[in-house]
Unconditional design. Structure first.
Lengths: 240, 240
DNA sequence: TGCCTTGAGATTGTATACAAGCATTTTCCA
DNA sequence: TGGAAAATGCTTGTATACAATCTCAAGGCA
């Protein structure tokens, strides 16, 4: 497939948004990565992106650098950018980090959570059920991010958001078939309402353990672009 | 004082290092910020930095963007970069986050720590005692970073490193006189050798609490450049 | 005298030109 | 025919030019 064509599909989403082209391009790429429309190993030529988004390479480079610092893309000198393929070691790191962070943050979450928060979470969980599989991955990340934002600690929330995004990459490489969160987030909402910390923490630990256990690190530990995803599933995104 | 002159002092450190100018410039600026030679509110004109480091604005911009994503500098459109002045709210956030992260990581540290690690930490602590006050701040950050690296979780270590750097900014704005870590890191080393987790965790909590308690949020919550630091203490850095 | 307006200077935002390095293909030789 | 070396084309790295915007100071008006 033609690169420019492919990235034009992403650009359609970006231009419809606000003025700040940086944020728009970042958002478009972030969503494409998290939704597995751009799979690990995929190359991101600056020219193609610049053309698709209607900006110069300068702007694209800035966005790519940001994504690189968040470890979603990998920059190699004179070889350009490509979607990061996490190694098995990095994958375990990310899950360990998430267990630590989400476990610690949940205590704060339970202290500060309001009815509005529950409503917002319920809405996301509802959208998840009716969304396409690709969008469900993004909404799942959004659910976790929104949940942990309740703790009101921006520093930890930001760090955690990056870990959640990287989890999506890990699932893209090592996942076996099923999507991101196999279990229902709605179950968690019920537990949240009960206002007891222990069951919530237990559920979250189990949740993360389930995801990690569903991974298969034996095969293709390396950076093999997943062309099936890249070429097959991004059609319904053409909404410009 | 002349901006270019000031930044030339930093550049001397950078050029003496390796080829990758990006990393060299980043290191030089990072150290200057953490050592309070560049204080919160100080402006960082691209031209002056480019001239000082002997590169173009393009390279400088890339480094500044990285520092901005790490929240050490603040970028405002058409107004350039300046060293970030953390708000009191952000300061509390950072300390809360550090308590959570360092507390959680210490358990892992105690599991994996080796004699070599202790030696490395002892060496840093020793350097701290003989260093100038500015260098002591940087070495203190280094001590914490090195300690937490023992846990072997790169994701959390990176996040924590950023928090430690930001702590230096917080002390620059809200600190009252005394330097970063008033207490002796050597005390911690003795506790580490004893291989008991509880005392170590208690010490660390107290350590962070002490630092936070020594801050004064009532005065100058805003971005007032600390010209005394900026103009007074950077002379001993001229080693080119 | 004090405040607002206006203009010049300086700084940043974006795009583009050119140089440097990599990848692929083509060609030549065994 | 297979392999290796060279060359061409493409992508990225860096610097610079120009436009847009802000800052600060000078001047005018109430």
């Amino acid at each position: 497939m033609n690169d420019t064509r492919q990235f034009h599909l992403l650009a359609g989403l970006a231009t419809g948004r606000d003025a700040r082209s940086d944020d728009a391009i970042y958002q478009a790429l972030w969503e494409a990565i998290v939704e597995h429309r751009l799979s690990p190993g995929a190359r991101l030529p600056e020219d193609a992106l610049a053309g698709a988004f209607g900006v110069s390479r300068t702007t694209v480079r800035r966005v790519l650098q940001r994504l690189a610092l968040e470890q979603l893309v990998t920059l190699r000198t004179h070889r350009g950018a490509q979607i990061t393929s996490p190694t098995p070691g990095e994958a375990r790191d990310v899950f360990r980090a998430r267990r630590v962070l989400e476990g610690a943050l949940l205590a704060e979450v339970m202290r500060y959570i309001t009815l509005e928060d529950v409503q917002a979470l319920k809405q996301i969980a509802e959208q998840e059920r009716h969304a396409s599989r690709e969008q469900a991955i993004r909404l799942s990340a959004r659910f976790h991010t929104r949940l942990m934002a309740i703790a009101g600690n921006a520093s930890l929330s930001d760090a955690l958001s990056q870990l959640i995004s990287r989890t999506s990459l890990i699932i893209a490489v090592y996942g076996r078939g099923q999507a991101g969160c196999p279990c229902e987030h709605q179950t968690l909402i019920e537990l949240l309402k009960a206002e007891a910390l222990a069951p919530v923490q237990h559920w979250m630990h189990q949740h993360l353990a389930d995801i990690e256990a569903s991974l298969d690190f034996t095969a293709s530990g390396d950076a093999l672009p997943d062309f099936e995803h890249l070429f097959g599933h991004h059609r319904e995104q053409n909404v410009s």
